[in-house]
Write a protein that binds this ligand. Structure first.
Ligand code: FE
Length: 347
């Protein structure tokens, strides 16, 4: 009799242990998910999400696609959508998402402290996460730094056959030209596109990285490209790519005029986010000093949180004057930019 009581007791303790463990797991799964629709396909993002999961137990599910696809899916699925957050590059795309009514304001005092106002949508429909500058990268052997000044100067005949830039189908180029339309008007933007297209050393091919590699191969002397690709190449484990660090340099154009073109990556809370609290927690982490330091030391983008520690290379570039432009302008002039590229024969 006594024995069976003991067995029962042991069973009860074991079972409650099981129960507890099961319940614990259940709890974590319930409280523990957040789904990010992401149009950014950078390894650094996944590493950041993993660090967040380690710290909070909240799992991050990434669903990747183009920004257009993901916005379309959220618009179509409405309250049945699984998206909690929408993460993308480009201020124009972020403002498109806002207008497509697939986002809702994201309110958090922590985020407001971490991200300066200028990198947030005025209505909090998106929060900036990183910044990137579209700069000039040049061969230290074949170009003297003093020869460079502005984007506009690249249309000078002295650059004939020496410029490298990717196709006009790239959103990065479309936003660059959109910024010129906004700052200088369509006519001058058109002249610029024509002038650059005339001076190209080859028909556009490859992404931004390929433009830098082409300078190493002697195909051209100056490339228009985003800063972080330079950082990734310079820190590459592939010695061929790492030559970028010694042989090429970065120049921030238009420092005495309108400033260097910058763009933003940002994240917004989905209109029908099923895990709103977790989504806000994730954005708080992504914009924290720790999250930002982790992210930019892998992606080589610029942080939005000024307390983040920069990689040495970015620190060596110092500060620079950036274009002062409402990011919604980039989206507003995108179609006009595409049309100008066509007229300018920039494929
Ligand atoms: Fe990119």
């Amino acid at each position: 009799m006594k024995k069976s009581v003991l067995v029962c007791l042991i069973m009860a303790v074991l079972c409650s242990g099981c129960d507890y463990a099961w319940f614990g797991r259940g709890l974590q799964e319930d409280a523990g998910g957040v789904t990010v629709y992401t149009a950014r396909h950078y390894e650094a993002d996944s590493a950041l999400f993993e660090a967040f999961t380690k710290q909070t137990g909240i799992r991050v599910h990434e669903i990747k696609g183009t920004a257009e696809e993901l916005i379309g899916k959220m618009a179509q699925d409405r309250e049945n959508a699984v998206a909690d957050l929408f993460f993308t590059v480009d201020g124009g795309v972020l403002s498109n998402a806002k207008q497509a009514d697939v986002l809702q304001p994201l309110r958090s005092e922590i985020i407001d402290r971490q991200v300066p106002q200028q990198w947030r949508d005025p209505d909090q429909y998106w929060i900036g996460v990183t910044r990137r500058a579209r700069v000039l990268v040049y061969s230290k052997d074949r170009v003297r730094r003093e020869e460079l000044s502005t984007y506009e100067e690249l249309t000078d005949t002295k650059w004939k056959g020496r410029l490298l830039v990717r196709s006009s189908q790239s959103l990065y180029n479309q936003s660059l030209l959109a910024s010129f339309i906004s700052l200088n008007g369509k006519d001058r933007a058109m002249q610029w596109a024509k002038g650059v297209a005339t001076n190209l050393s080859r028909a556009p091919e490859g992404g931004d990285r390929e433009q830098a590699l082409a300078i190493l191969d002697g195909v051209g002397d100056v490339a228009i490209m985003n800063t972080y690709y330079f950082g990734q190449l310079a820190n590459s484990t592939d010695p061929d790519e790492a030559r970028v660090a010694d042989q090429l340099a970065v120049f921030f154009p238009n420092q005495l005029t309108t400033g260097t073109h910058i763009n933003i990556s940002g994240i917004g809370l989905a209109r029908y986010a099923p895990h709103k609290a977790n989504a806000i927690k994730l954005v708080e982490y992504m914009t924290s000093r720790e999250g930002q330091t982790l992210l930019v030391n892998k992606s080589y983008e610029f942080p939005v949180n000024e307390e983040a520690t920069l990689p040495k290379l970015l620190e060596s570039w110092g500060t620079f004057k950036a274009q002062e432009l409402d990011f919604s302008e980039l989206g507003a002039h995108q179609q006009a930019a595409i049309e100008l590229f066509r007229l300018a024969d920039w494929p």
